[in-house]
Design a protein around this ligand. Structure first.
Ligand SMILES: C[S@@+](CC[C@H](N)C(=O)[O-])C[C@H]1O[C@@H](n2cnc3c(N)ncnc32)[C@H](O)[C@@H]1O
Length: 328
């Protein structure tokens, strides 16, 4: 049999008439709280607080949310008119109530304690945070944030793109990337890596099968060309630098990332490298031969952790703005 109006009113009055329940509802209206926190504000034992919570839940006035081992409760407004009128009456009458004012003060302390616990959490966890934060999987998000500083719609070539690692990073920054590689299998792997990503415009990646010595790209169309860990796999690195210089516009940049000279035979045997790193003066010479200016370089410490790896360097230069040099 459906509930009569009198029965409904009786249920509403009964639920709202208890002073503890009124206090709980007021608190949960202003803040999502756990049982422990309600106990601290109300100064009551868990059994008593839980009993009232279950009555309020049954009346449809509570919702809960689980966060790990914690359960948070919050107030839920009932839509129908008698409930709304009943609650309005309680709320307005309690406004001047001294217990309610004391509850509010204690609630402030509980919330303050929460932020103290959050601080303590990080004090305790320190460097372990890096392992925990992996759940965020937020590499792409960070790159998008940094993209605010990067001029948009830049066109860049990733020469010897391989599995597209650098191409992905560049596209996340909002760049239009052309990834070039001579290996169809590497390009297939890059395609698979890229498939999962969506780049807000203008970020994009286009992949092309091609030789780094003679790229399928017109002259002076790119803002920059990168070759990341590629030159030690080519017979004639200076010719690749020359073709990179050809496709970049005046004022644009050529950037290479390579190993410094080393004697690690295992890299030839296991990684198939042709050159055991490069001498910076040789690299400077290739850039000059390609007619580039503003040579810059920086060197890292030795890379890798398990195997002995040489230091790496980044070398860059620009296509001159005024005219072209004889060698270009
Ligand atoms: C070590 S992987 C580097 C890939 C990527 N740049 C990275 O850092 O992960 C070298 C890549 O250069 C490509 N490569 C080597 N010689 C090339 C050439 N002459 N023309 C185009 N691609 C070449 C290989 O197919 C391979 O994908």
């Amino acid at each position: 049999m459906p509930e009569t109006a009198t029965e409904k009113l009786q249920r509403i009055f009964k639920t709202l008439s208890d002073p503890t329940r009124m206090r709980i509802l007021r608190l949960l209206k202003s803040e999502e709280l756990m049982v422990q926190e309600l106990m601290e504000v109300l100064g009551m034992a868990q059994s008593r607080v839980s009993r009232h919570l279950s009555i309020l839940r049954e009346a449809g006035l509570l919702a809960d949310r689980r966060d790990g081992t914690y359960v948070f409760y919050r107030f839920v407004h009932q839509e129908d008119e008698p409930w709304q009128t009943g609650w309005k009456l309680v709320e307005s009458q309690l406004r001047q109530d001294t217990t309610a004012q004391r509850d509010d003060a204690l609630l402030g302390q509980v919330i303050e304690k929460r932020s103290f616990q959050t601080r303590n959490f990080f004090e305790a966890i320190g460097p372990e945070w890096d392992a925990l934060r992996k759940v965020f999987n937020d590499e792409a998000l960070r790159a998008r944030a940094i993209s605010r500083l990067v001029p948009q719609s830049l066109k860049v070539a990733d020469v010897g793109t391989g599995t597209g690692i650098l191409a992905l990073e560049l596209a996340r920054l909002g760049l239009e990337v052309l990834g070039i590689d001579r290996s169809p299998r590497m390009l297939e792997a890059a395609r698979n890596n890229i498939r999962e990503e969506t780049f807000p415009a203008p970020g994009s990646i286009q992949l092309e099968l091609g030789e780094a010595y003679q790229m399928p790209v017109s002259d002076q169309v790119m803002d920059a060309a990168f070759a990341h860990m590629v030159l030690h796999y080519v017979q004639s690195p200076e010719d690749v630098v020359k073709d990179m210089a050809r496709i970049v516009k005046p004022g644009g940049h050529i950037v290479i990332v390579e190993f410094t000279e080393h004697s690690n035979d295992w890299m030839t045997q296991e990684l198939g490298v042709i050159w055991k790193g490069f001498n910076l003066e040789d690299v400077r010479g290739w850039f000059e031969l390609a007619g580039l200016s503003n040579f810059r370089h920086e060197q890292s410490v030795a890379l890798g952790s398990d195997r002995k790896l040489p230091a790496a360097f980044i070398a860059s230069a620009q296509v001159p703005l005024s005219g072209s040099s004889a060698s270009r």
